[in-house]
Design a protein around this ligand. Structure first.
Ligand SMILES: Nc1ncnc2c1ncn2[C@@H]1O[C@H](COP(=O)(O)OP(=O)(O)OP(=O)(O)O)[C@@H](O)[C@H]1O
Ligand SMILES: [Mg+2]
Length: 251
């Protein structure tokens, strides 16, 4: 690697780690701010659901038609609130799980959890447009830096979603191969031209235009996977792209 490339890489690593530290603090603060009032709404809704049931019981077998209709509406609102608050709480949990601020150290984890949280966070980008197919194998827990691996999944998944112009599919597969765990993320997107394949992991290489991509995503992935003594490989055609990450069980 040339001196200039090394400097570029160091610079991009610095930018990324500062970005992540700032993001981590933000996530912790926001998650807390959302969780507390959401907990209140969730339990108030519980009380309301039971109150509606109680009123219905008090009214007896032949209640007034209008009151009955209003109770139906209230019951429906309670059910919708329950679904909505569950969803918000699930997203907040995923955010916290994704940032894993309490766990900036090596840990033995099931990486499926990290992949699931990342997918939950990406839901709004994928919904209706991209079908997610999960083919999770029976893989052992691995020793790793979970928050860093989650960043790898996030970067590769965001790239996959961005490569799909209209509708398409992203397939996430995991399996065990000898002393390693493999994760592949395939998309049905535009593909990567052969002449770009050797450059996509370079810091700063982007085809997304000014202000859209920093070109740091994959270089960061490369660095993180390397720190785990693993590899990240790419295969692409005009039918789509597959990134395969190999992580040794004892990294
Ligand atoms: N799944 C993919 N399909 C097609 N092209 C891809 C895919 N993943 C990466 N690329 C190509 O590799 C380039 C580098 O990706 P990288 O994630 O490093 O940067 P970026 O996505 O352009 O910017 P950023 O990640 O900062 O938003 C992309 O600009 C794109 O040209
Ligand atoms: Mg990217």
């Amino acid at each position: 690697m040339s001196k200039r490339n090394r400097e570029q890489e160091l610079m991009s690593q610095l930018i990324q780690s500062e970005k992540m530290a700032a993001l981590g603090l933000l996530v912790a603060g926001v998650a807390h701010e959302i969780n507390t009032p959401m907990g209140a709404i969730h339990s108030n809704n519980d009380i309301m659901t039971r109150a509606v049931a109680k009123i219905r019981k008090l009214l007896g077998p032949a209640p007034d038609k209008e009151i009955s209709r209003l109770l139906d509406i209230l019951g429906e609102i309670c059910r919708n609130n329950e679904i909505a608050t569950d969803r918000i709480m699930k997203t907040v949990r995923s955010l916290k799980n994704f940032a894993r601020l309490d766990e900036a150290e090596r840990k033995t984890v099931n990486i499926h959890e990290g992949i699931e949280s990342t997918l939950t966070l990406l839901q709004h980008q994928l919904r209706n447009r991209i079908r997610i197919v999960k083919q999770f194998g029976d893989i052992p827990e691995i020793e790793c830096l979970p928050n860093q691996l989650n960043q790898v999944f996030m970067n590769v998944l965001v790239n996959a979603a961005q490569a799909i112009q209209d509708r398409g599919e992203i397939r996430v597969k995991t399996w065990t191969a000898g002393d390693a765990v493999k994760i592949s993320i395939s998309d049905t997107g535009i593909g990567i031209p052969t002449e770009h394949l050797s450059k996509i992991f370079d810091p700063g290489f982007t085809t997304k235009g000014v202000g859209l991509g920093t070109g740091l995503g994959l270089s960061l992935c490369y660095k993180i996977v390397q720190d785990h003594h693993g590899t990240i490989e790419v295969e692409s055609s005009n039918q789509g792209t597959t990134f395969t990450i190999t992580l040794p069980l004892e990294a």
